[in-house]
Design a binder for this molecule. Structure first.
Ligand code: G2H
Length: 255
């Protein structure tokens, strides 16, 4: 496909500030410009580390991208503790994860909140990495395709084709997150192809350029097989993004 692969490291709520700096430095020195050209590589640190990451990446190794793990649905105002998309944009963030299952589960993020966050990010020129995925019960009931398609369409409803082109979708089956249990590449391809078909139905040809990622226990040993699936354009990596060697191995999957 002509879609450029994207590997995004979701650090979640891990690492102290010095560890975060050390990790980015190691990545910047171990990944070559050629590797980063071939595979778009992004880190998603906790908010407090973003400025340092930006400073380190802004030097000669600016080819690594960075973003945040969440964003406020509001543009500005009396929302104590929240971070606005405009603030992230000013820091140079180009991506933000929206609707991660951990936020849906522990922070009551509904499809409506997720949709508002997608819009807030796009309004500031930030690409949302929109996460969808089914819990175990839904997978066992066999309704995972309908479930994830509904989550996707609820989040992108009403967007223009031009806006949809900037959205990245991450399919993360909840039962495969941090559990060591990975969806088979075929399981993931089935759902991701269905998500692309749903985008095509609503938005037309732009669906061919939207990147769809898989997430859930991706590691160096399974990334190549996952990436070999037709509709899978990249990975959202949690645990294995916290170690420079592991993450570098993942980014180097084409080799
Ligand atoms: C899924 C993934 C990254 P992990 O949440 O978003 O985490 O790779 O640890 O399963």
């Amino acid at each position: 496909t002509s879609r450029r692969p994207l590997i995004a490291g979701n650090w979640k709520m891990n690492l102290n500030h010095l560890e975060a700096i050390a990790l980015v430095q190691k990545l910047a020195f171990s990944l070559t410009p050629e590797q980063l050209e071939k595979v778009e590589t992004v880190v998603l640190p906790p908010f407090v580390d973003i400025r340092s990451v930006q400073t380190l990446i802004d030097g000669d190794r600016y080819l690594i991208g960075f973003g945040a793990q969440d964003v406020s649905r509001h543009a500005s105002g009396a929302y104590t503790g929240e971070i606005a998309a405009s603030m992230l944009a000013k820091l140079g963030c180009t991506y933000v994860t929206v609707g991660h299952s951990e936020r849906r589960q522990y922070h009551n993020e509904t499809d409506e909140v997720v949709a508002a966050k997608v819009r807030a990010a796009l309004a500031e020129g930030i690409s949302p990495i929109l996460c969808v995925g089914e819990p175990l019960e839904v997978r066992e009931a066999g309704t995972h395709v309908a479930h994830t398609t509904e989550q996707l369409l609820a989040a992108v409803d009403g967007l223009s084709a031009e806006e949809v082109a900037k959205v990245v979708v991450a399919y993360e089956p909840v039962w495969a997150i941090g559990t060591g249990r990975t969806a088979t590449p075929e399981n993931a391809q089935e759902v991701i192809a269905a998500l692309r078909a749903a985008l095509r139905k609503s938005f037309g040809d732009v669906a061919e350029s939207v990147r769809l990622l898989y997430g859930g226990s991706v590691k160096g040993s399974n990334v190549a097989e996952i990436m070999s699936q037709d509709d899978i354009d990249g990975a959202l990596v949690g645990g294995a993004s916290l170690n420079a060697d592991d993450f570098t191995t993942i980014v180097r999957f084409p080799e």
